[in-house]
Design a protein around this ligand. Structure first.
Ligand code: C6P
Length: 425
């Protein structure tokens, strides 16, 4: 990648190089204009949680000020209005991810809850002792621990596809891990540590050929690339709103209608029932069967606004922009003495996430020194300890790029890392 990858005429873009013109809409994000430690904020931690555009914040506030009520309950006017808005949000999300119908979209608290739901409901009702679940070595704990809990309850067996030194998952290795007892394959769409994009459409074909279902953890994919769950051929697809410039407290489980219809509830309570007596309770159809209690109503409005916002900007342009920033960062960070990029390059696409270490400096110290310059990155194991072991480190420093980042942010990171070198000799 030549220097052109980092070229950017004028403040705020557009980037030139491999990305088509995309102007990072920084003014949409109020927080980006606040200083941190006396410096302009450089937010390179979007993989942990993305900042919120005004349009999302306004949608939530306007709804709360003018239409707020509980949903599916009140017969009063506001109850109807709120229910309509909440169900419109479900329709919006369904269209955004290419779902066949809105009732395939279950609102949950986040990706973690979505995977726990599938493990508790689909897992406990359909998997038997000795049945196999195939994961990869790069999974987030949210896509490991729920399956371990299921293993304790049901005796399922977990099998793990290794990753290559370049951070990729090979289809041959997956093929070799699939067996006659494989019932479920559960993989990340994009690694939250390395940015590796997994070939989920091919993985779906292999899983289905082996008679297994496919769950995709799309947490790091949905914010930065077009995702069409139907075209991908997945059976379940999960993600969190807060990583896609929406609010915390809401996420999505998308599931094929026939699968959701066959799944029992996993939590009981209000609004998920058809009828209740002390002798017997019957349940509503999906998605309501899986939404016990008062759902995240204001958050659903915010999530729908985030879908509108991303669709308006164009996901293909965002993907190209973030890839260009990553390529630029790879080039700039290579020049920092003692810095080692981790599994940063190899075949296949990478999203805007990059992990690195510096010889003799703890990643937390890297992050702390950068913070003094207003630069926010994440340091730690990123809830992916098995991957850390595979990489031979306890922790990494991680920069993740969002649609608002510019090549000036990459420059700030590179300069900040030079300062880290100075501080730690
Ligand atoms: N990763 C990160 O800094 P929740 O917490 O439920 O919104 O998302 C969990 C989760 C699941 N899968 C992947 C691939 C993820 O990246 C995350 C969240 C954050 O990498 C916080 S640990």
């Amino acid at each position: 990648m030549g220097a052109a990858a980092c070229a950017e005429p004028g403040p705020g873009g557009p980037l030139t190089g491999p990305s088509p013109a995309f102007r990072p809409p920084r003014d949409d994000f109020p927080i980006l204009s606040r200083p941190v430690n006396g410096q302009p904020l450089v937010w390179l931690d979007s993989a942990a949680s993305a900042q919120k555009p005004r349009i999302v914040l306004d949608a939530m506030r306007t709804f709360a000020e003018t239409h707020y009520a509980n949903v599916h309950r009140g017969v009063h006017g506001l109850g109807h209005a709120a229910t309509e808005a909440y169900e419109a949000a479900r329709n919006r999300v369904a269209a955004f991810i290419g779902a066949a119908a809105a009732d395939e979209v279950v609102f949950v608290r986040g990706a973690t809850e979505a995977i726990n739901l599938v493990a508790a409901s689909f897992g406990r009702s359909t998997l038997r002792a000795g049945d196999e679940i195939v994961l990869t070595e790069l999974e987030h704990h949210a896509n490991i621990v729920p399956w371990q809990l299921l293993r304790e309850a049901s005796g399922v067996v977990l099998r793990v596809v290794p990753i290559g030194d370049d951070g990729t998952v090979s289809l041959d290795d997956l093929r070799a891990t699939l067996g006659t007892r494989t019932r479920l394959v559960a993989v990340a769409h994009v690694s939250n540590v390395l940015g590796t994009v997994l070939p989920v459409a091919e993985i779906a074909r292999l899983a289905h050929a082996a008679g297994a279902r496919l769950l995709v953890d799309g947490c790091q994919a949905v914010p930065g690339r077009p995702v069409d769950v139907t075209a991908l051929g997945a059976d379940f697809y999960v993600f969190s709103a807060h990583k896609m410039y929406g609010p915390t407290g809401i996420g999505v489980l998308w599931g094929r209608r026939e699968l959701l219809a066959a799944m029992p509830p996993w939590q009981g309570g209000g609004e998920m029932i058809a009828s209740v007596s002390f002798e017997r309770t019957t349940f509503k159809k999906p998605p309501y069967r899986f939404e016990a209690g008062t759902p995240p109503i204001i958050e659903a409005i915010g999530l729908a606004a985030a879908c509108d916002y991303l669709a308006g900007l164009g996901l293909a342009g965002i993907a190209a922009h973030e890839q260009a920033l990553r390529a630029c960062a790879v080039e700039r960070l290579r020049a920092v003495p003692g810095l080692r990029l981790l599994a940063a390059e190899g075949p296949g696409e990478r999203a805007g996430i990059l992990s690195f270490i510096i010889d003799g400096v703890h990643p937390h110290d890297i992050a702390t020194v950068l913070d003094t310059a207003g630069i926010a990155i994440r340091a730690g194991h990123h809830c992916a300890q098995p991957l850390m072991r595979r990489l031979g480190v306890a922790a990494t420093a991680r920069a993740s790029f969002g649609l608002y980042n510019t090549s000036a942010d990459v420059d700030a990171l590179a300069e900040g890392l030079m300062r880290v070198r100075e501080v730690f000799g």
